[in-house]
Design a protein. Sequence first.
Lengths: 308, 198
Amino acid sequence: MTSDEDTLADLLIQWEEILESGREVSANELCHDCPQLIEQLARRIKALKSTAWMNKTVDDDGDGGGDLPRNPVADDPPRTLAGRYRLDERIAEGGFAQVWRGYDLELLRTIAIKMPKASLVGAVESFMAEARRVARLKHPGIVPVYDVGRENDSCFIVSEFVEGGSLAERIKERLSQEQSTRWIAEIADALDYAHAHGVVHRDIKPANILIDHHGRALLADFGIAQSANKTGQFAPSLGTLAYMSPEQLAGKPVDPRSDIYSLGVLLCQLLTGKLPYDAHDQNSLRKEIVSGAIHLSSQIENPELRTT
Amino acid sequence: MSAIGSDTQLQSLIELAADDDAARQALLHHACDRLLRLTRKMFHDYPNLRRWEQTDEVFQNAMIRLHRALADVKPESVRHFFNLAAVQIRRELLDLVKHHFGPNGPGNKHHTDGQPADEAGGSLHDETDEPSDLQQWSEFHGRVESLPEAEQEIINLIWYEGLTQEEAAKLLDISVRTVKRRWHSARMKLHEVLSSDE
């Protein structure tokens, strides 16, 4: 014997099948053999109509997929900060901040200005505290911080503007062994100094190594990632995944060794022309990093190195 | 495209042993893809937040946590993995809402198209229960958590994991008709609680 519940369930499936064929049928029509169920069926049909959105494929909602527009100027900062620092051109945008080329109207010099994205505005206090701490690091291999300031709900960090671009741009070229090892040595020296002063960088990658017009490597963004991470609002982006240490990826506490690991990955990349992993996608890369599956290439792809 | 887009692919995954590395990688990739798609959907009416989610470390953080949570699990079956993944995805979506509605969350300043939720004509006032702001999404995910096991599993597979009813039937080893009944039942229960909150 079929219960009312079974009958209602079957009628709902029938209602849906008719709807999918392009016709809508009422509870009255469906219940001609069981009029006592009309009211209940009508109520259930209404519930299914209200939740019909769950039948739709969850897709990109017509936004065209991954290439969403870049952040507008975070969110539209004023053109001059604190009445002194003029924003001239946005030169970089990372996961948590934008970097502008600017001009110091008091000292009449070009500067770099970094501003956290609006979604990290809640981290302003620790962002500034860390910037102050990093400002005390004095080393020729570390981009000096000149000033920090507040603007509305956000803040900004003023530092030296390094003209030569970043290692991320240079790495596309064939670099000599001498050049590669010299830059790594310079960065290692800067890291050693910072570690001795209790600061861990946490985001060693080509984009954070700037090359000045003398051809010297300087480390940028020192410690800022660390401060943001303390707030729980920041983790290294997938873009820097390749340089992350296993403990970083696993969410464990990190210390100076994590920076050394990242620098080692970079050294390997500079010398061999490729990363020390075999992975071809982010998921397998994460797995290789966590499992320590380093694959040091026996094939040196940099032709210059083959002869040395 | 979803990593699991056809019956054939799903069936081959089901047939593979749970410890098969390629199958696990495909499932993991699928879970990350679903988190991305569901996040985009949830932030659809928040163009500013959605842009941040795309490039922002908050979303990347969620993705890394999802990977961490799933990379080392030893699922008993593909079905077990899908349920674990759906729970993790839901948790990350709830965390994203919480982040944006926390004390300093930008969501507090960015309601739908700049309007307060009430003025934006929340969908609960219309004939659909589809959430139209982040608070309603939070409510939706929370309500799914409280569904009975069988209904929650159907929502997990079809809505969170994006399987077809036929794929869900194969995975659960039940008829498509039973899947339809549970899917209807789950939606009716959700409608009941979501509309009563109006």
